[in-house]
Design a protein around this ligand. Structure first.
Ligand code: GRF
Length: 203
């Protein structure tokens, strides 16, 4: 039985999207990916969706003069799928209030660093360049800021002595690919609720 209809928004490679498609935990919990929306025509993630026969929507931000107009178009497309959860997975757009008001408490994102450290588009490299000893992955609710919403789950990893950026990236992505589907499964099981900035995840 489908308990959670999930729309995924992505702009690029889509390895996290692929991990969701491949996750038995996600399916067993009753989550179903009902559509993939992409703002970059030709992005690799679209091939992945086609391969898995997931309906796709392409809305290019370049076709809209203002962010709010673009978001309104995205909202309209998404509404057709009646999503219970919207999972950003490498979606390279900030969300305006037009979007967030349409789906309150339903939009989540994955970020490849331990927030609030190293927000933004280069989280892995920024942490590596800084020389931190511990970094990781965060899943959080989305608000209007850049990676500033309430944190749902985090997983840390220790950076090894002399570890290359490439090696670190590979390890971060591996964590992402298990953590994100697990969080979505928890949503499907009704285990996640937000109380202000605090997110309670029942075991
Ligand atoms: C991931 O590292 C994610 O944390 C970040 O963007 C990247 C997307 O990678 N938000 P992919 O497209 O899922 O491979």
């Amino acid at each position: 039985m489908v308990k959670l209809r999930v729309a995924v928004l992505a702009s690029g490679s889509g390895s996290n999207f692929q991990a969701m498609l491949d996750s038995a935990a996600l399916t067993e919990a009753g989550a179903q990916i009902v559509c993939l929306l992409c703002n970059v025509p030709g992005a690799r993630v679209l091939e992945r969706a086609a391969g898995a026969k997931i309906p796709t929507e392409i809305v290019s931000h370049k076709d809209y003069a203002a962010r709010e107009e673009f978001d309104a178009a995205v909202v309209e497309r998404l509404r057709a799928y009646a999503p219970d959860l919207i999972a950003l997975a490498g979606y390279m757009r900030m969300l305006s209030p037009v979007f967030l008001r349409a789906f309150p408490d339903k939009v989540i994102n994955i970020h490849p660093a331990l927030l609030p450290a190293f927000p933004g588009v280069h989280g892995i490299k920024d942490a590596w360049d800084y020389g931190v000893k511990v970094t990781g992955v965060s899943v959080h609710f989305v608000d209007e800021g850049m990676d500033t919403g309430p944190i749902i789950a985090q997983q840390a990893l220790a950076i090894e002595e002399g570890e290359s950026l490439d090696a670190l990236e590979a390890r971060i992505h591996k964590i992402e690919h298990t953590l994100y589907p697990r969080v979505i499964a928890d949503f499907a099981r009704g285990r996640i609720r937000r109380e202000g900035r605090r997110v309670i995840v029942e075991k």
